[in-house]
Design a protein around this ligand. Sequence first.
Ligand SMILES: Nc1nc2c(ncn2[C@@H]2O[C@H](COP(=O)(O)OP(=O)(O)O)[C@@H](O)[C@H]2O)c(=O)[nH]1
Ligand SMILES: [Mg+2]
Length: 452
Amino acid sequence: MEQTTIAAVATPPGKGGLAVIRVSGPEALALMRRVFVPKTPGKAFQPRLMMFGHFADGGRTLDECMAVFLKAPHTYTREDVAEIYLHGGEYVVQEALRALFARGAVPAAPGEFTRRAFLNGRIDLSRAEAVMQLISATGQTAAGAALRQLQGGALKFIQEAQGELIRLMAGLVAAIDYPEEIDQEEAVGDLAPGLMNLARRLEAACDERGSRILAEGLQAVICGKPNVGKSSLLNALLEEEKAIVTDLPGTTRDVVSGSAILDGIPVHFMDTAGIRASAEVVEQIGIRRAREAMKAADLCLLVLDAGITPDSQDADILRELNDLPRLIVLNKQDLPPVREAEAWLLGQGVKPGETLRVSARTGEGMDTLRREIRKYAGDPGENALTLARHLHLAREAAGSLRQAAEAMLGGVPLDLCAVDLNEALAALGRITGENVNDQLLDEVFASFCVGK
Ligand SMILES: Nc1nc2c(ncn2[C@@H]2O[C@H](COP(=O)(O)OP(=O)(O)O)[C@@H](O)[C@H]2O)c(=O)[nH]1
Ligand SMILES: [Mg+2]
């Protein structure tokens, strides 16, 4: 157990109805008694019972407030905890903290409350990280995934994998220890597929793209030649007049972006300069930026004008997008239809299902387009690992398992293969925080906010 008593403000900075100061450690109650004066003088703190009173710094009253004492071990950190609910003003909060520090509290480091919860065995490391993931979530889907993990989702999956691995290792140890009784080839025949299978399950849980989109949102680039309605489409998707729309080709030069949440997932749309051969310097730079954005995007929306017959410029852009994730948006459906556009697309090898018909002007087809864009984000599966650190370790474990399986199938002595299995087990253990060192904990908690 830690000997220091830490304090920090747990609510965001700035003006607000309330600011909560959290104190954790052996001196939590004693410290609170020295700054909090109950309305009824002398009234004792009962655990979990909120009291009304005032915050006093020596003889000076700082604020009216509520305070509660929570007794170890039934607290977030498993230590004694005190929480003081002040008015959410910058000055009051800073003065209250100063008063607590002057009386022996230590400023909490980022994530230190959660770190203590982990060190005191209340939560494993994957759940500690889920706390941060939940705080950072910007969309419902990311929040849902974090909550699943906070409730032990990743932990359960990793523990099952550890259990399976330990079972396989027991088989391996038996084959190593009793070479007379256990036929070595038969043992390999049993073990290798089990190891491969476990490696595959771990790899299947590693969805790098999905976890990145969950954390950062989907990047969708709107591209096409000038005047097809890209900026109008951006505005329609954002339901806001974000980009300038004119009937002059080459209006958009810089990348204009905006975000919307589609069914729980943040999507960042980028409107780009229309791609064409241009002699104009600023437009050329814009076109270069458009191409860079297209290559980096999770999804490209190629906009075509349904009212005119596509030409070689459209064909060039279509070709650029051949190997990139793309949807084809046939805009201006409100205009008298020109059949050539659809026939032309089929002629270019575009499958009928790839094309969506919309009108940025009337809103026709926009809901279908939103649904199709949302599909590209995917949904995290039940066992999906959604934190980069976990993905990395699970991959490492899967790699060691494959290596062991291949080695034993190749006739490498079994005791040498056991080394890889130990490494795999250690990698899985680092996900949940078994045998972790201070350096790893520093890395994990560095991204936390103070007061959590
Ligand atoms: N009729 C019709 N006109 C549109 C539609 N979308 C855009 N436009 C018009 O097409 C012209 C070019 O639009 P803009 O969004 O600036 O195209 P961009 O150059 O591709 O960004 C403007 O005059 C728009 O009003 C649409 O769905 N229907
Ligand atoms: Mg534009």
